[in-house]
Design a protein around this ligand. Structure first.
Ligand SMILES: [Zn+2]
Length: 120
């Protein structure tokens, strides 16, 4: 089951919720930031995916995934707990994978996004 919630706009500078381009908090016109939340429920385990989009910016500026992922590895029968943050604004990439059964970290990456190379 997938639930998509679109929220916003928010001010890009102060992150306050706003109604139009004009931000009451900043007292000026600022860019709009939108947040798209995708909540997937599977086998009673939950994972959450969040994408932040900005007006005038192609694609997303920030992507977060957190939660359960199944694993094909028989050693990981309970699946894994994944935490992934892709931040184009800060140029950061974080990826942590834990064994759901033991809580042990299986994989950990903290890199600059521009230096991150996807595994082949
Ligand atoms: Zn503002």
């Amino acid at each position: 089951m997938t639930n998509t919630i679109k929220d916003g706009p928010f001010c890009v500078d102060c992150r306050a919720r706003k109604e139009s381009r004009f931000c009451v908090n900043c007292q000026k016109e600022t860019s709009n930031l939108f947040q798209v939340q995708i909540i997937e429920t599977m086998r009673a385990r939950e994972s959450i995916g969040i994408k932040q989009k900005r007006q005038g910016f192609k694609g997303f500026i920030k992507k977060i995934f957190q939660g359960f992922k199944p694993s094909g590895d028989p050693q990981l029968s309970q699946g894994v707990d994944v935490q992934m943050i892709v931040d184009k604004e800060k140029n950061e990439y974080h990826h942590i994978v834990k064994n759901n059964l033991t809580g042990k970290i299986l994989h950990e990456e903290h890199e600059k996004l521009t230096e991150h190379k996807p595994k082949k």
